[in-house]
Design a protein around this ligand. Structure first.
Ligand SMILES: Cc1cc2nc3c(=O)[nH]c(=O)nc-3n(C[C@H](O)[C@H](O)[C@H](O)COP(=O)(O)OP(=O)(O)OC[C@H]3O[C@@H](n4cnc5c(N)ncnc54)[C@H](O)[C@@H]3O)c2cc1C
Length: 488
């Protein structure tokens, strides 16, 4: 095969990898998709019980839909919210089973490394024209080197969760407690019911995954009232954790915050914050979780820990690729300023495509969840537009590659540390959350040495007086709420 007739390789048959395949097939290309799992959507299977906050209209790719509809497939109701299982069974599996698609997907095929044929990372000569070589390990133990003319890495980040310890390091003793730590969102109402019912459970993290786990635990507590739920997080800005609530342009995403706030206010969930996990120890009273707090080291005793502290990209397999990544997020560099939670948390991500995703390694692209690195705000609609643009570029349709369009629903809450003091927007969400109602009641939490004191997270309510120029990336917003971080 000549370089031009080699396939384009896609790593990962998640929703974004499959979308890339759909666009390539539509353009008459011959993609080859490598999926480490036994089925498409293997990562989503891990959280299939969770309902997405995006309705169907934002969770399907248009090229995949066109191919599906040609087979008589019916789009689910646009405004309904799929669960992860729905997304796999009603969209991804039917797509993967289309006759013209099936042959392009290899299951139980894990890519462990990528390079250029006979050219290591240091060598320049002939690099740009040399085929890529993917080292693939199959489920039955076979290994192979597969050539490709371009590579689209859509392998996500779910497989490499962040550790429990703060500072990005595992907590002391974290590995020893592995049997009592779940990374992700366990199905506590079904598969893992026995594991969590009437137990003391600590959830660590402050994003949507943590909130999803907490909401399910709160429902479990209704049937198993002795379940004790503790929620530890590093920060103390609960307003930011609750998100835009009613102002979120995706109502289901906003409701996550509203519902969790209800359980916190009712003290069904006890917040331990700010708390930076340092060490885990086995004791007669259960697992001692020792953390740093403003009052010094404190200890919470629990039976189980759920870690929802985000995930990070697996860069090991890309060791021979010439990459340009954002130094803090490990995202594609150009995306960094648009998605950096240190800068803002708007749902408004500037439209981006091939140009922003381009790497020094010609014809190699990181897309989907992995393109965001460690940043938590990725949405499928973003990934679908990314691969539409990247595929257009790979087949030489530069006009379509440059014509990126993305209209993302905003989160309804915006923080900006841009330092100009006035870059946050307002739409009437101009009061800080009444955190007095959420004062942490730690008196029931058994502690080792010090008695934890309720930590007042008082934020003065005031008018922000913000206008509508929300984010430091200059994207105008009409739904971002004022945030304490940017309106003082
Ligand atoms: C609980 C939860 C809820 C979410 N809700 C929403 C929502 O409502 N709306 C929204 O827009 N987004 C949502 N997201 C975010 C995002 O859309 C999803 O994480 C989505 O699955 C990302 O798609 P992806 O294709 O980039 O990666 P993934 O779905 O993670 O797919 C990556 C695939 O690559 C495979 N793989 C990994 N490594 C290799 C390898 N080395 N070789 C071969 N294959 C490999 C994996 O097995 C997997 O199948 C949610 C995320 C989570 C975790």
């Amino acid at each position: 095969m000549t370089e031009q007739t080699l396939p384009i390789a896609i790593i990962g048959a998640g929703p974004v990898g499959l979308a890339a395949a759909a666009h390539l097939i539509e353009r008459g290309e011959n993609p080859i998709v490598f999926e480490a799992g036994e089925s498409v959507g293997a990562n989503i299977r891990n959280w299939q019980h969770v309902r997405l906050f995006s309705p169907w209209e934002f969770t399907v790719d248009q090229a995949a839909v066109r191919l599906l509809e040609a087979q008589g497939w019916q789009m689910p109701p646009l405004k309904d919210l799929p669960t992860g299982r729905d997304l796999i069974e009603r969209y991804m599996l039917p797509f993967a089973e289309i006759e013209s698609v099936r042959g392009h997907i290899q299951l139980s095929a894990k890519v462990v490394a990528i390079s250029r044929e006979n050219i290591d990372k240091m060598k320049d000569t002939g690099r740009e024209t040399a085929p890529f070589v993917l080292h693939v390990v199959y489920g039955d133990g076979r290994e192979d080197f597969i050539q490709a003319r371009a590579v689209i890495d859509a392998s996500g980040t779910w497989d490499t969760p962040n550790p429990l310890g703060s500072g990005g390091l595992p907590a002391i003793g974290e590995k020893r407690q592995a049997d009592h730590i779940f990374y992700g969102i366990p199905d506590v109402l079904d598969t893992y019911r026995e594991r969590y019912a009437n137990k003391r459970v600590l959830v660590v993290g402050s994003g949507h995954s943590a909130i999803n786990a907490l909401l399910e635990l709160a429902r479990l507590k209704e049937d198993a009232p002795d379940t004790r739920i503790y929620w530890a997080m590093r920060g103390k800005n609960l307003k930011q954790v609750y998100g835009g609530e009613a102002d979120d342009a995706l109502p289901a995403r906003g409701q996550l915050g509203t519902r969790i706030k209800g359980y916190v206010d009712a003290q069904d969930i006890q917040i331990v914050s700010p708390f930076r996990v340092r060490e885990l120890r086995t004791t007669d009273q259960g697992i001692a979780v020792i953390g740093e707090t403003p009052n010094g080291q404190e200890t919470v005793y629990v039976d189980e820990i759920i870690t929802a502290t985000g995930s990070r990209p697996d860069l090991a397999m890309l060791r021979e690729m010439r990459l340009d990544l954002d130094p803090s997020l490990e995202s594609t560099r150009a995306l960094g300023p648009m998605i950096d939670p240190n800068i803002h948390s708007c749902g408004t991500v500037r439209p981006h495509g091939e140009a922003e995703l381009r790497q020094p390694e010609k014809d190699f692209y990181i897309v989907g969840m992995k393109s965001y690195g460690r940043a938590p705000t990725f949405l499928l609609a973003t990934g679908y537009e990314q691969v539409r643009s990247v595929v257009a570029a790979l087949v030489g349709d530069w006009e379509a590659a440059r014509d990126v369009q993305l209209n993302l629903p905003e989160t309804g809450v915006c923080s900006s540390d841009s330092g100009d003091g006035g870059s946050c927007c307002g739409t009437g969400v101009n009061q800080a959350v009444p955190l007095g109602a959420s004062l942490i009641n730690l008196t029931n939490i058994p502690v080792l040495s010090n008695v934890l004191q309720p930590i007042a997270l008082q934020v003065a309510a005031r008018d922000c007086g913000c206008e509508d120029s929300c984010c430091s990336d200059g994207v105008k917003s009409t739904t971002c709420g004022c945030d304490t971080a940017c309106c003082n």
